[in-house]
Design a protein around this ligand. Structure first.
Ligand SMILES: [Zn+2]
Length: 355
């Protein structure tokens, strides 16, 4: 009887303890599940983390999303960012919550990635329903290009490339300022590297003195120009980034180089400046990554080149080059900036094109 009595007390104590513990657990758990329960993307993200065996806040976890760029049913999507942060523990400050600029409609995309496994789950959410796709992104997984690029996501190969290229740069540990260029541009390509190398070279070789400002003639007009906006703070709207398309094949430049633009380091007080025709030593880039690639390379080749180039971001000084320097008067500045003037013809680096 005594034993039974003690057992009964023990059982009651255990039940009481379990109940108290249950209440405490519920109190601790509810705020977290409360967030998860109200978010329509909670189940999708939790499933993705399960598939990738990722813990909230884990070192290998990264998230890429077009939230705040896309709209769903004419509503902006920035509030999903809070859900993503609460569910995954990723944040901008930690460098593992990344964004990419996409047209202001279509689906909300959230890519949950595992860095050391080089795997990700792509979540596509239309506002009410979601679908997920698993992707393994090791170099060896990218061989069957038709299948990979056109079929894996069930979307256009272009979108797959955008997602995979950006996630790949994060896998490779690209610095935040590079990822920021990529966010604006929306994908990774040789051009965004050229813009990064050129901007870093400008900041190092031509630092601004008091009262000076940069004006950049973005010509030829290419992907690189988006890096100028991010790293140099220049924009077409502020009229310090002047975008002028020209045929780059006609520019007389050093062999193996690509002209990337014309910098004017301008002094307002002196009303004069230094002009610099900038280029990228493309042959040196190809030598550094031991790989030949160009505009006509396949998506696989471009991605592999981008992965290798990411490891050489700090070597920008080896790739940044100057074709020529010249003095800029107010008249020359105005003429270089003027619509209809081909700046390379003006500087004697291209023959006049007869129509
Ligand atoms: Zn591009």
């Amino acid at each position: 009887m005594m034993k039974k009595g003690i057992g009964g007390i023990m059982k009651r104590k255990t039940v009481l303890f379990a109940t108290l513990a249950g209440c405490l657990f519920a109190l601790l758990w509810l705020p977290v599940s409360g967030v998860a329960a109200v978010s329509p993307i909670a189940g999708l993200i939790q499933d993705a983390m399960k598939v990738l065996a990722l813990e909230k806040g884990g070192e290998d976890l990264g998230v890429l999303t077009n939230a705040r760029y896309v709209t769903l049913s004419d509503k902006t999507t920035e509030h999903y960012i809070t859900d993503i942060e609460n569910l995954t523990g990723a944040s901008m400050g930690k460098g593992n919550l990344l964004f990419f600029n996409e047209r202001p409609k279509d689906s909300l995309l959230i890519i949950v990635a595992h860095r050391s496994k080089m795997q990700c789950v792509v979540i596509r959410f239309d506002g009410t329903q979601g679908e997920t796709k698993f992707l393994s992104l090791k170099d060896s997984d990218l061989r069957d290009s038709d299948f990979f690029w056109n079929a894996t996501l069930g979307a256009s190969g272009k979108e797959t490339f955008n997602i995979v290229s950006i996630i790949s740069a994060w896998f490779a540990g690209a610095p935040y300022e590079f990822m920021h260029c990529v966010e604006l541009h929306g994908h990774i390509c040789p051009g965004i590297f050229f813009g990064y190398f050129t901007s870093k070279g400008i900041l190092e070789k031509y630092p601004l003195l008091r009262g000076e400002k940069y004006i950049l003639i973005a010509s030829p007009n290419e992907c690189k120009d988006d890096a100028f906006q991010v790293l140099l703070g220049l924009t077409p709207g502020k009229q310090n980034l002047i975008v002028k398309p020209v045929d780059k094949r006609l520019i007389k430049q050093k062999a193996g180089h690509y002209a990337t633009g014309i910098l004017i380091k301008w002094s307002e007080s002196k009303q004069s400046g230094l002009g610099v025709v900038l280029s990228i030593h493309f042959d040196a880039i190809k030598a550094a990554i031991k790989m030949d690639f160009g505009q006509h390379s396949s998506r696989n080749e471009k991605l592999l080149a981008a992965r290798k180039l990411t490891e050489h971001l700090s070597e920008y000084a080896d790739f940044f080059s100057v074709e020529k320097e010249f003095t800029v008067t107010k008249e020359l500045k105005n003429e270089l900036m003027r619509a209809g003037t081909n700046p390379y013809v003006l500087l004697g680096m291209m023959s006049e094109i007869k129509e």
